[in-house]
Write a protein that binds this ligand. Structure first.
Ligand code: 5AD
Ligand code: SF4
Length: 340
């Protein structure tokens, strides 16, 4: 164990080392690695946690990912597209609360791109805040238009880097194209966020170790990691989620491997375990993303069952409480990625 920790510390680890670390059976045995992760986090970020306000602006989606509650095949979903005026209202609220990042997330709804481009331009000129978009796959030219309109950051999870698992989950997608999108986004100067789901049906520790090595090579600005959670109206609706511990192990290993990367305590972690986000912030997460989607739309953006923060209006207040309970505080500023 000591040797494993030393190799992880010095960056001389192998893929087998990552598998061994992922296979550590209980939290107590993993604790030295959780502690190392948090120590590295504090070296780079102190005890500050950046807040990013997220609006789920559209739940329309042209894709049919097998895990996702808003996949196009789910006819029970009431589809919406939030009006620009409502988005500006949220931007104003964020500004008033000192939140410096707005995340616009949607299903893969390319038809709404002209509206979204306009919204980004407006926000860029009216409010001084970082804009992140999470809108799925597009051609290079479209990514370029969004960058020129003023988007600073882009989230596009790879979900898994294992070709067989990727194909089994994504009837419409090609892993190589997804990877190409991430390289384009980097080339265009976005701060790029990617990530995976942990505990996917059929996912092995070897596959996750492969994902970690891919992250090491890509050097993204942000990594969003969340446990897979079933949604009843999807092909994976009867699958069981794995325990939060696996997700926390992945989070800690990423912090140890990639040091200064932005790591959010995700909503899915909080859904799987009521203390999920708190634990994530105790073991290396430095970002929190409260849901700012206007209330009536939230219940139509259910990617998985029992999603938290849908009924309750937990925006910044709730975030502050959880951050404090993890022994941290709300950091000021945009929280841009800094390479060292
Ligand atoms: N469980 C957990 N996460 C999910 N996502 C989509 N569906 C699920 C699910 N059933 C995640 C994906 C996607 C992000 C926006 O939400 O990782 O990239
Ligand atoms: Fe659409 Fe994204 Fe859900 Fe896939 S994961 S179905 S692209 S919203």
């Amino acid at each position: 164990m000591e040797e494993l920790i030393n190799r992880l510390k010095s960056g001389t680890y192998t893929k087998d080392d990552l598998v061994s670390a992922l296979n550590i059976p209980d939290e107590e045995k993993f604790m030295p690695l959780f502690n190392l992760s948090e120590q590295i986090c504090e070296e780079y970020f102190g005890k500050g946690v950046f807040i990013r306000g997220i609006i789920e602006y559209s739940n329309k989606c042209r894709k049919n990912c097998n895990y996702c509650g808003i996949r196009r095949g789910n006819e029970k979903v009431l589809r919406y597209l939030i009006k620009p005026e409502e988005i500006y209202k949220v931007a104003e609220k964020l500004k008033a609360q000192g939140v410096m990042t707005l995340v616009l997330q949607g299903g893969e709804d390319a038809e709404s791109d002209p509206m979204l481009l306009d919204v980004i331009k407006q926000i860029r000129t009216k409010y001084e805040m970082a804009i992140t978009i999470s809108i799925g796959e597009r051609p290079f030219e479209v990514y370029k238009q969004f960058k020129e309109a003023g988007a600073d950051r882009f989230l596009l999870r790879i979900e898994t880097t294992n070709p067989v698992l990727f194909k089994a989950l994504h009837p419409d997608d090609d892993l190589e194209y997804r990877k190409k999108c991430l390289l384009w986004l980097k080339e265009l100067g976005y701060q790029v966020g990617t990530g995976i789901m942990t505990g996917l049906p059929g996912q092995t520790m070897e596959m996750i170790a492969g994902d970690l090595l891919y992250f090491k090579e890509l050097q993204p600005a942000m990594l969003g990691i969340g446990p897979f959670l079933p949604h009843e109206d999807t092909p994976l609706g009867n699958e069981k989620p794995k325990e939060l511990f696996l997700t926390l192990k992945v989070l800690a290993l990423i912090r140890i491997m990639l040091k200064n990367v932005n790591l959010p305590a995700t909503t899915a972690m909080g859904t799987l375990d009521k203390d999920g986000r708190k634990k994530a912030m105790m073991y290396g997460a430095n970002v929190f993303m409260p849901n700012y989607t206007p209330a009536p739309y939230r219940e139509s953006y259910l990617l998985y069952d029992n999603k938290i923060c849908v009924k309750e209006d937990c925006s910044n207040l709730c975030a502050g409480g959880i951050i404090k309970s993890a022994g941290k505080f709300v950091a000021q500023g945009r929280g841009d990625y800094k390479s060292f």
